[in-house]
Design a protein around this ligand. Structure first.
Ligand code: PXP
Length: 255
């Protein structure tokens, strides 16, 4: 692979659903956000169907699969319920993430090394349904080796600890965490795994991690949705003023 081959950007639209669910209605629709992201060049859409349905709900997943023109990457726990839903909806990809404390490593990634048998079964069922599976793990040799042994074709390196250290301006921790990711990405590629990364990325950390040639996909949500509020709010206030002023002009005009 050429060092400068493009990286796929998967846009995570979970937090559009978080805002929608705060009112319990249909607005803002994460499917519309996905369509806007794709129109702007997103290479795929990522959505996490959590067991408690706190943001994305089942109907969102069905509508995303039916309506978006780019690959859908479903983040999910390796439970019988979620594997069943994925095999029915058949997203392009599934990223297995931890939801319960006992499924996690201390770094927050999936404890692939600690639950090989269960994960091997879920990965095999998803693969049989034609879904490309990745495991969301910390850049730890034991986890990477377990992911390869389990038969996952890809991993997503958890970048949260590194991004937190960068945000906290803890240069020593940030450098140690980044080195761990550099070594992990190289080890994963040697093990034949496709390497993705995500969690907590912003413009600065995305630019830095994009310099690792092993990484072919980044999945980014929270920062993008947050920044979109800042980028869009001024325009929306102007549009709302225009609507209010149109209403005002109708007083006494028979409108
Ligand atoms: N990748 C995975 C596996 C995730 O679970 C998440 C968070 O839902 C992300 C990427 C995106 O993280 P963020 O929203 O912090 O950009």
């Amino acid at each position: 692979m050429a060092a400068n081959s493009p990286i796929r950007l998967g846009v995570n639209i979970d937090h559009v659903a978080t805002v929608r669910n705060a009112r319990g209605g249909r607005h803002p629709d994460p499917v519309k956000a996905a369509e806007i992201a794709i129109a702007a060049g997103a290479d795929g859409i990522t959505a996490h169907l959590r067991e408690d349905r706190r943001h994305i709900v089942d109907d969102d997943v069905t509508r995303l699969k039916a309506r978006i023109a780019k690959p859908l990457n479903l983040e999910m726990a390796a439970t019988a319920e979620m594997v069943g839903i994925a095999c029915k909806v058949r997203p392009h990809a599934a990223c297995i993430v931890p939801e319960r404390r006992q499924e996690r490593t201390t770094e927050g990634g999936l404890d692939a090394a600690g639950q090989r048998a269960a994960l091997r079964d879920s990965v095999a069922r998803l693969a049989e349904a034609g879904i490309r599976v990745s495991l969301f793990i910390a850049a730890e040799p034991a986890q990477i080796e377990a992911a390869a042994a389990i038969g996952a074709p890809a991993i997503e390196i958890h970048t949260g600890a590194w991004c937190d250290a960068v945000t906290a301006r803890d240069a020593a921790a940030a450098s140690a965490e980044f080195e761990r990711i550099v070594r992990g990405a190289a080890l994963a590629q040697r093990a034949g795994l496709e390497v993705h990364a995500g969690h907590g990325l912003d413009f600065i950390t995305a630019e830095q991690i994009a310099q690792l040639p092993e990484i072919v996909e980044l999945n980014i949500g929270h920062f993008l949705i947050g920044e979109a509020i800042f980028d869009g709010l001024g325009d929306m206030v102007r549009k709302m003023h225009a609507a209010i002023n149109r209403g005002r002009r109708k007083i006494g005009a028979g409108g």
